[in-house]
Design a protein around this ligand. Structure first.
Ligand code: CA
Ligand code: CA
Ligand code: CA
Ligand code: CA
Length: 329
């Protein structure tokens, strides 16, 4: 009873301390006994609390007649996330269990394992260091990871394999996974394809001093109709936020010959603010129904003095389209 009271207070304190009133929480869903059947948990807001049970409450230990339970959970993290995996209330709750946790990469490689927490500092959800905890592990890559939970003495190894598979305690626990970046959000800009100087077959060259317009084709796809974009929203340049639009062609055309009509717009070179060393141009805007989009195109910023400048107006056959797209006006 004492444990139960402490846990209730601790949970309330945690929520107040971190201001995460609607921290997400989920219950475990069996079977989740292997890496391959790990339960997927979404972490929309930095952390998630999973309520699970090793084995069966009311039965203290597993044995050959009552198979031991392992619980696996998979989550998606971003490279550089500093993640903490924290068992709370394994000791305490409905039935004490001495938990063990491990973190696996998507290929099953075990990255870290912990049996007993190093301390109880900043861990108000635990009353005993027998609650396992892994602090501040930096994810080495973006992708799926798997957390395994078992009970002493069932230690993990690569592939989620446990030692002593017929020995161990049973009991309930909470697993808190925190420090995980929100997944790419739904209102992130839609990525579209663009072609800077679409009729130039070479790597696009941009001369920062030129007073010409830079044509950029917004290429339509099954998800993106370039013809209906809000033209007044278009920005283009070195960062994508430059208000450099001069105008768009009145009539759409199928620039890349895929059967879909594309839109060609012209941007003022000097307002696009390219600098030597820039490697791409970025275009941003919103669709007619208000959805943000973004496109990146490779380019090369040519030195301020280059031979082409002295030959300006000198017409090569293959430059005909290129010249047209400079759209002198
Ligand atoms: Ca379980
Ligand atoms: Ca299980
Ligand atoms: Ca803990
Ligand atoms: Ca432990």
């Amino acid at each position: 009873m004492k444990h139960l009271a402490c846990r209730a207070v601790a949970s309330a304190c945690l929520l107040t301390l971190f201001g995460i009133a609607q921290a997400s929480s989920v219950d475990e869903i069996e079977p989740n006994d292997s890496l391959a059947t790990a339960q997927r948990v979404d972490i929309p807001d930095n952390s998630v609390t999973i309520s699970g049970v090793i084995g069966t409450i009311g039965q203290l230990t597993c044995d050959p007649s009552a198979p031991c339970d392992n619980d696996f959970y998979t989550f998606y993290g971003q490279e550089g996330d500093v993640v903490t995996l924290n068992i709370d209330g394994g000791w305490g709750g409905a039935q004490n269990v001495d938990t063990v946790i491990a973190l696996f990469a998507a290929d099953g490689t075990m990255l870290l394992m912990n049996d007993d927490a190093p301390d109880l500092v900043n861990d108000p959800g635990s009353t005993s260091t027998s609650d396992a905890r892994i602090d501040n592990f930096r994810l080495p890559a973006t992708g799926f990871y798997v957390v395994g939970v078992s009970s002493y003495p069932r230690y993990f190894s690569d592939g989620g394999v446990v030692s002593f598979p017929t020995m161990g305690g049973n009991g309930d626990y909470k697993l808190v996974i925190s420090g995980v970046s929100a997944p790419p959000v739904a209102n992130a800009p839609m990525q579209i394809n663009i072609d800077i100087k679409p009729h130039d077959r070479r790597l696009t060259r941009v001369d920062p001093r030129s007073k010409h317009l830079i044509p950029v084709a917004l290429l339509s796809s099954s998800e993106f109709n370039a013809v209906t974009v809000d033209q007044t929203s278009l920005t283009f340049g070195a960062t994508g936020d430059e208000h450099s639009l001069a105008r768009c062609r009145h009539f759409p055309e199928d620039v890349n010959h895929d059967g879909l009509l594309d839109l060609v717009c012209f941007f003022k070179n000097q307002l696009a603010d390219f600098q030597p060393g820039d490697l791409e141009g970025i275009l941003r805007g919103t669709t007619g129904d208000g959805r943000a989009f973004e496109g990146h195109g490779l380019l090369k910023v040519v030195p301020e003095k280059h031979r082409g400048e002295h030959r300006h107006g000198f017409m090569h056959g293959h430059d005909r389209d290129h010249d047209r797209d400079h759209d002198h006006d």
